[in-house]
Design a protein around this ligand. Structure first.
Ligand code: IDP
Ligand code: MG
Length: 138
């Protein structure tokens, strides 16, 4: 059993897509093991996206991620890291497969509705960034 971090980004929350996103996880036999809504500060967003700090879009990404509340979740299931990435679709919604969250809802390469961890190591780091042991329901 694997765990991954999922975020419904500020565009998804503002546009009323929380239910749509969660429905796609639950209908794909992914279990929500933890969930909360937070509004990131600048330093919290910079810390979360630290791996991207040299990228040209970093400042814009941080501004976007602090522009409103986000919903942060721990997803649990078999092969859930890859499975979530498949359900999300490609970073650029124009390249995302039919029926993925980003293809159906994203409006911009940056404002792409959801985040998902990309590997076991990053999933662990990202889950621990937002949740302590007592907040994750086994
Ligand atoms: P991912 O979210 O699909 O894993 P990453 O490459 O890790 O994609 O990028 C993190 C986030 O940074 C993306 O989800 C998106 O919001 C933003 N981003 C990535 N590439 C670009 C870009 O070329 N322009 C603007 N924003 C970008
Ligand atoms: Mg990524």
């Amino acid at each position: 059993m694997e765990r991954t971090l999922s975020i419904i980004k500020p565009d998804g929350v503002k546009r009323g897509l929380i239910g749509d996103v969660i429905k796609r996880f639950e209908s794909n036999t992914i279990r929500i093991a933890a969930m909360k809504m937070v509004h990131l500060t600048q330093s919290q967003a910079e810390g979360f996206y630290a791996v991207h700090k040299e990228r040209p879009f970093f400042n814009s990404l941080v501004a976007f991620m602090t522009s409103g509340p986000i919903v942060v979740m721990v997803l649990e299931g078999e092969d859930v890291i890859a499975k979530n990435r498949t359900i999300m679709g490609a970073t650029n919604y124009k390249e995302a497969a039919e029926g993925t969250i980003r293809r159906d809802f994203a409006t911009d390469i940056e404002k792409n509705v959801v985040h998902g961890s990309d590997a076991i190591e990053t999933a662990n780091v990202e889950i621990n960034y937002f949740f302590n042991t007592f907040e994750i329901i086994s």
